[in-house]
Design a protein around this ligand. Sequence first.
Ligand SMILES: C[S@@+](CC[C@H](N)C(=O)[O-])C[C@H]1O[C@@H](n2cnc3c(N)ncnc32)[C@H](O)[C@@H]1O
Length: 271
Amino acid sequence: MAMRRGVWGILKEYLSFRRHSLPKGGHGIHSPFVYDLYTSVISNDVKGEAYADIEKYRKELLRCDIGIIRKSVAESLNGGFRGELVKLSQLARSVAVPPHLGRLLYRLVNHYKPQNILELGTSVGMSSLYIAKANPAGTLYTIEGDEAILGIAQKRFDILGLKNITPCCGIFDTELPRLMKDLERIDFVFIDGDHNGTKLLQYFEVILPKLHPESVVVVDDIRWSDDMEQAWSELASNEAVSISIDLFRCGILLFRDGIAKQHFNLRYGPY
Ligand SMILES: C[S@@+](CC[C@H](N)C(=O)[O-])C[C@H]1O[C@@H](n2cnc3c(N)ncnc32)[C@H](O)[C@@H]1O
């Protein structure tokens, strides 16, 4: 895996992003389509009751000292097993999407009402909960390579009575092509997996034939490392992508017909 950027690397990126992004409020967005999406969905962030049980779950995890043996994806691939003891509190703090990103996913899914939703990287299920709650009529297929962690997520899906989640246990390299065979089209994708630029581009190529003009793809941690940022730029330049929106932490790709290809750096949440 490429080296994760340190604090100074992220700060440098952030200063550059601030210089090249449009101010909050939507002024300067010349595309009516993107202006509307930004003002009515992306930046229309209101904390509310809809998310209360998900954030209660986060608080429970943050207080939880129980450890699980995490089996890394590399170990799954090699068939070996050493395992690493990790506390649930640590996972909630370091890998789960933060509340502002969870709410963004909720609003996007609630707005577009996608039927077939794909998530790469379930972990403890924080993003899955936001996505699944936003559209009970859609189905979320979420893939996770670590069985123990997926078990924790599944338990919460059951407690909250979310019936529209289909968890898939296995590595993306095998689960993704298998799922693609079963699904005719994919309407919404959230990629929050192994933070490897080469892999990200490979997964995108597998998913691409199932995307359509109304599909939405959200990629998390686009500035995690140099190679993730490079991969994000390549995705944004892909000829199938009409609109790419860089929100600093994550990026959104749209595939609309009849819209001139454009890229936007927009501010959202703490950025
Ligand atoms: C950043 S976490 C996902 C966090 C989750 N979206 C949330 O908000 O709670 C990434 C997860 O992807 C899983 N993962 C990484 N690479 C994988 C791969 N190649 N195949 C399957 N799972 C993978 C990891 O085990 C980890 O649990």
